[in-house]
Design a protein around this ligand. Structure first.
Ligand SMILES: [Zn+2]
Length: 146
């Protein structure tokens, strides 16, 4: 990838995450020559991802399935649409970083569950400690990457 500022080819990716609701990947790049940063967008179609279901049938990866799965689990929690979108972005980012072309649906399911547990700890802790008064014995959420 050529640097738009100095034209040198030595640039590297410092961050990548889904954009346009998963239709593209936004990459932050830095030029090794002039240290300037710039952003590129790459279409996700270049990384076709197939999900293998329990009965071994395959279907194209669909971001909205993750989103609706989270929504179903979250409708009784105090979680905003923005938070659901954020969680989906983070899960999707992790999926893309694996760079697999095929993925078991159960693996994606586990990622969603893990993410929900993190959010549970974040959203339920203040309530729990308010009621109990004392400290908690729940695991703390790991530090967020972003
Ligand atoms: Zn440069």
């Amino acid at each position: 990838m050529k640097c738009p500022f100095c034209g040198k080819e030595d640039t590297r990716v410092i961050d990548s995450r889904p954009a346009d609701d998963g239709a593209s990947i936004r990459r932050r790049r830095q030029c090794d020559a002039c240290s300037k940063r710039f952003t590129t967008y790459e279409k996700v179609e270049t990384i076709p991802l197939v999900v293998i279901k329990k009965d071994n049938s395959r279907e194209p990866y669909d971001r909205s399935k993750i989103e609706s799965g989270i929504f179903r689990s979250c409708h009784k929690r105090h979680i905003s649409v923005e938070q659901i979108k954020e969680m989906t972005d983070e899960i999707e980012n992790a999926i893309y970083n694996l760079e697999d072309k095929e993925m078991q649906s159960s693996v994606i399911g586990e990622m969603v569950m893990k993410k929900l547990k993190e959010v549970d700890v974040l959203t339920l802790l203040p309530t729990a400690s308010a009621w109990n008064g004392a400290g908690n014995n729940q695991k703390r959420s790991p530090l967020r990457k972003f």
